[in-house]
Write a protein that binds this ligand. Structure first.
Ligand SMILES: Nc1ncnc2c1ncn2[C@@H]1O[C@H](COP(=O)(O)OP(=O)(O)OP(=O)(O)O)[C@@H](O)[C@H]1O
Ligand SMILES: [Mg+2]
Length: 157
């Protein structure tokens, strides 16, 4: 585990959540296979907004439906896959197997409500904790793996 470095950012409007998404995409490897980004924060704090903006920044041009009911929405890029995952409705970790969870590990996983599954932190590279801050949001970023900690430390100030 690297240094427990944290970054705190103010996100006054959805467009600043989009800026953060672009920074994260720019900092990830060109083929972010196997990376896991945990998106925490209460209902409406902007987790899907961040995931959607990351997908757009990666070059996805179509719609980005919420995975609230499907649990996983896959996106195929020429050289890697992205899985947008929402665990809000998961009651039991065993349900993950019905999702084909073990097949998702090759892609970049963007996971909303990771706290629904105990132990998911150990799998993560980066956690983004979003919270309400006036009419905007605040984000706290931390690395969970060595490579995640390096990425967070290298984000623009
Ligand atoms: N930085 C921001 N400032 C103000 N509003 C924002 C910001 N980021 C996102 N929002 C708005 O918050 C609302 C909810 O966003 P979003 O659906 O992304 O939340 P969520 O965390 O995914 O919620 P859920 O837990 O239901 O999945 C949207 O209307 C979005 O435009
Ligand atoms: Mg959401």
């Amino acid at each position: 585990m690297g240094q427990p470095l944290k970054r705190v950012l103010s996100l006054p409007g959805p467009e600043s959540t989009g800026d953060l998404a672009r920074q994260l995409v720019n900092a990830l490897p060109a083929k972010p296979r196997g990376w896991v980004i945990l998106l925490q924060g209460e209902l409406g704090s902007g987790k899907s907004t961040l995931a959607r903006a990351m997908l757009r920044s990666l070059g996805h041009e179509g719609s980005v439906p919420s995975p609230t009911y499907t649990l996983v929405e896959p996106y195929e890029f020429p050289e890697f896959s992205v899985y947008h995952i929402d665990l809000y409705r998961i009651a039991d970790p065993e349900e993950l197997e019905f999702l084909g969870w073990s097949d998702l590990s090759e892609g970049l996983r963007l996971i909303e409500w990771p706290e629904r599954i105990p132990g998911l932190n150990e799998l993560g590279d980066i956690v983004v904790r979003l919270s309400y801050d006036g009419s905007g949001r605040a984000a706290e970023l931390a690395g969970l793996s060595d490579r995640g900690a390096l990425l967070v430390a290298g984000l623009p100030a």
